[in-house]
Design a protein around this ligand. Structure first.
Ligand code: GLN
Length: 244
């Protein structure tokens, strides 16, 4: 029985949870449970009080109108979330949630939506929707370094400063369909356009994030017990290098 504990806060699940993004929460929950890591999961919705000292923050995707509500609300918590980012909390944002981790998102028919700016990135709505499977490569996660998912966004995201792509696009559009970048990373904050949901088809990336969270909490590189990912890897291979 490990004495390891982690806390995860799911930001705005009532607003940003499109295309089954809650599946990412289930992966954190089960991959910690299978290793006897005591993961506390809290949902955080509009009007709730946000507390510091959380190890993992998750925010899912959504349509422009949900993003309008969340963007306004997020500004109340921008300073706390920035402090958490500076303290190496892990953030994972999917699509609409990813866009609001940047400086701003400019939709087609709404005023500019302010983000929290922990990613040095900005997004503008483009003329077409990118819809389809994506395969990308994140060489920093080790030998098994392909990431797969499903994209459905009109937003075009551009990275600036020290913010790097989460992965390089192999198949699909990624951030903007031109610079072959998928997602973003700054410190332990990650954003991606990969729905699907993302982590169930990419268990190796889920473990990478869990290890980052444990390092933040215990200041130690804690090895995770291996898990039989036969089914997860079959799901990964089922879309690997396929556009549709
Ligand atoms: N509304 C945003 C866009 O279209 C995000 C969509 C999403 O979260 N799938 O780019």
């Amino acid at each position: 029985m490990s004495n390891l504990k982690l806390k995860l806060v799911h930001l705005y699940p009532l607003f940003l949870n499109i295309y089954g993004d809650i599946g990412n929460i289930r992966v954190f929950q089960k991959r910690c449970e299978w290793r006897n890591i005591d993961l506390t999961i809290e949902q955080f919705n509009i009007g709730d009080k946000l507390e510091p000292d959380t190890d993992i923050y998750f925010i899912g995707g959504g349509q422009d109108r949900q993003q309008v509500e969340v963007s306004k609300e997020l500004q109340k918590h921008k300073n706390l979330l920035t402090d958490e980012y500076n303290n190496n909390s892990v953030f994972l944002g999917i699509c609409g949630g990813y866009q609001l981790m940047g400086e701003y998102y400019q939709p087609h028919d709404a005023d500019r939506l302010e983000g929290i700016g922990i990613l040095d990135a900005y997004t503008v709505a483009g003329p077409t929707r990118f819809i389809g499977n994506v395969t990308a490569k994140a060489e920093y996660i080790g030998e098994k370094n392909t990431l797969v998912g499903f994209e459905n966004h009109s937003g075009l995201t551009y990275l600036r400063g020290d913010t790097t792509p989460m992965a390089q696009v192999i198949v699909g559009n990624g951030n903007n369909g031109t610079d072959k970048r998928e997602g973003a990373r700054s410190k332990n904050a990650f954003g991606t356009y990969l729905h699907g949901s993302f982590l169930p088809k990419n268990p190796h990336f889920a473990d990478y994030l869990i290890k980052l969270a444990l390092k933040k909490r215990y200041n130690d590189d804690i090895e995770l017990e291996p898990i039989d990912d036969t089914i997860e890897n079959k799901a990964h291979e089922s879309v690997l290098n396929k556009a549709y």
